[in-house]
Design a binder for this molecule. Structure first.
Ligand SMILES: O=c1ccn([C@@H]2O[C@H](COP(=O)(O)OP(=O)(O)O[C@H]3O[C@H](CO)[C@@H](O)[C@H](O)[C@H]3O)[C@@H](O)[C@H]2O)c(=O)[nH]1
Length: 504
């Protein structure tokens, strides 16, 4: 239920909203007509909340008002709002409805096993009605809502309330080109349905490419998940979110994937803009991390040789089997390279995650000092910035890739799920990384292949051109000025409220 209070004489608007158990007070001063009210509504995943929050800060820094909407636990997990932006960003809390099969504390995909993702989406879809109330009743009326792929129902509600909708892609233009024309999915004309269909390069890609999934990646995406209980597949969610929004914005570097960026523009037949890569700053980690934790990690990294340490981390969603953990572990040992491994506990598992490691592994690496296995949240950006890091064994989540290339780190590609396989193909094609060879059918790999790929990428002479390519990427991914220019252009167009500006 929402209640709106009359604006006071000072042109301040006060909205008191009670969304089930939470009481939210918004107090926005809108002195200038050029000040926009932008609503941000990310999907419930850490890898989505963080970039949406970063964009919020950039927009607020330009003087605009932000209502950042998520569930209570997720809002608590966000970095602190910088003091100077506190009056610009309002955190709006909407409790996540309880649904069968979803653990009570499950408010992001990080909290739950991949198989339960559909239940999180069922709960997320139930936010439709509070979101409609918010857009209808909140004052000042929002100008824009920037939303994510899962809220396929949102553009329609936004249009009903006279609010422009922008779909914010946290995925590469290459990955979304693979999806194809949104209208084809919505009309049922796309025609792809079997796992094999997704292992073929789509016919609308007009240049040579290997942009397709491997069979084991599709299986992980489709068969490990529990079907489409939510009533809408991810493809339909993407398609409707894109097709029905007024504008599509990409977190990507146009210079890195120009051919793909041009292709999505053709496929979508609507304004598509790049925001640059929203490079993280080292201070972002400070907001999430205690300095003490970083100091301990830094002490270990400081003792290592420059450009030799392999950072290993698979993001916030991907989980791998015990056999895969063990083959990676033995491969790391065999590579004889120093490593820092962030090993995330599979959600819902009662076991200590280090029980998944091969017998005696921890004792051996502790004794010879080869590496560290870390089981808590780490300040990843700070780690990647450390001069000891020589390469990143990554799941190819787009946030992590942006962070690594921002510091010119060569990538050892180990995609697990979602868009990651398509990102791996893109990154290998751009010669900034190399995939650990795996069997296409079942994804099996050997520890020897892990060791050989690591040594090739991080220390071999033949790997030097690839490392040089990765180093050059700092000029695209780590260049604050270049990326700020994209934001400035984007904000100017939003301020002028002319969607046609985006076509220029
Ligand atoms: O201990 C940790 C673990 C993660 N992170 C941060 O968390 C983010 C993780 O993002 P990402 O690398 O994109 O991984 P996921 O969260 O697993 O990514 C999901 O979202 C991405 C962006 O849409 C997709 O590309 C992935 O496939 C999807 O799984 C990054 O900013 C990391 O720096 C930390 O700072 N510390």
């Amino acid at each position: 239920m929402l209640a709106t209070l009359e604006p006071s004489q000072s042109r301040k608007y006060c909205l008191v909203s009670t969304l089930e158990s939470s009481l939210i007070i918004h107090l926005f001063s809108m002195e200038s007509s050029n000040v926009l009210h932008v609503v941000m509504f990310p999907w419930l995943a850490m890898g989505h909340l963080i970039p949406f929050f970063r964009l919020s800060k950039l927009l607020a820094g330009k003087g605009h008002k932000i209502s950042f909407i998520s569930t209570p636990r997720n809002l608590q997990r966000l970095p602190k709002i910088p003091q100077e932006l506190a009056s610009q960003i309002e955190l709006v809390s909407i409790p996540l409805p309880e649904v069968d099969n979803l653990p009570k504390q499950g408010e992001t995909s990080t909290d739950i096993p991949h198989e339960q993702d559909q239940f999180l989406k069922i709960a997320f879809d139930l936010l439709q009605s509070p979101m409609a109330s918010f857009l209808e009743n909140t004052r000042p009326k929002p100008d824009w809502i920037i939303h994510d792929y899962a809220s396929h129902w949102l553009p329609e509600i936004a249009a009903q309330n006279g609010v422009s909708a922008a779909f914010f892609s946290l995925f590469t233009a290459a990955a979304l080109s693979f999806l194809g024309r949104p209208s084809a999915w919505l009309s049922g004309e796309d025609g792809r349905s079997t796992a094999e269909d997704f292992t073929v390069v789509p016919k609308w890609i007009p240049f040579p490419s290997n942009c397709a999934y491997r069979l084991h990646e599709v299986r992980k995406n489709i068969e490990d998940a529990s079907g489409n209980e939510s009533g809408a597949s991810d493809f339909i969610r993407f398609a409707a979110s894109i097709d029905r929004s007024d504008l599509v914005i990409f977190r990507t570097s146009v210079e890195f994937e120009p051919e793909w960026f041009n292709l999505v523009r053709e496929l979508y037949k609507k304004p598509v803009v790049s925001l640059g890569v929203l490079p993280p700053s080292l201070d972002d980690d400070d907001e999430l991390e205690t300095d003490e934790k970083w100091q301990k990690i830094k002490n270990w990294l400081d003792k290592q040789t420059a450009n030799k340490v392999v950072y290993v981390a698979l993001g916030t969603e991907a989980t791998i089997s015990q056999k895969e953990v063990q083959d990676l572990a033995i491969g790391l040992e065999q590579s004889e390279l120093p490593f820092f491994w962030v090993l995330r506990k599979p959600p819902g598992s009662k076991k200590d995650v280090t029980d998944m490691l091969p017998e005696g592994f921890r004792e051996r690496i502790n004794a010879n000092g080869q590496g560290v296995v870390y089981t808590e949240w780490v300040p990843q950006v700070k780690i990647l910035s450390h001069p000891a890091i020589g390469g990143y064994l990554t799941h190819c989540g787009w946030n992590s890739v942006i962070e690594a290339l921002g510091f010119g780190r060569v990538l050892i590609l180990f995609p697990v799920m979602n868009d990651q396989g398509l990102n791996a193909r893109l990154l290998e094609g751009k010669k900034v990384g190399v995939e650990i060879p795996r069997a296409a059918e079942d994804g099996l790999f050997t520890s020897t292949a892990v060791a050989e790929t690591l040594r090739y990428a991080v220390v071999s002479e033949e790997g030097e051109p690839m490392r040089a390519n990765a180093r050059q990427m700092t000029s695209l991914f780590g260049n604050g000025k270049r990326n700020q220019d994209y934001i400035d252009t984007f904000v100017r167009c939003l301020e002028e409220r002319k969607i046609s500006n985006f076509l220029a």
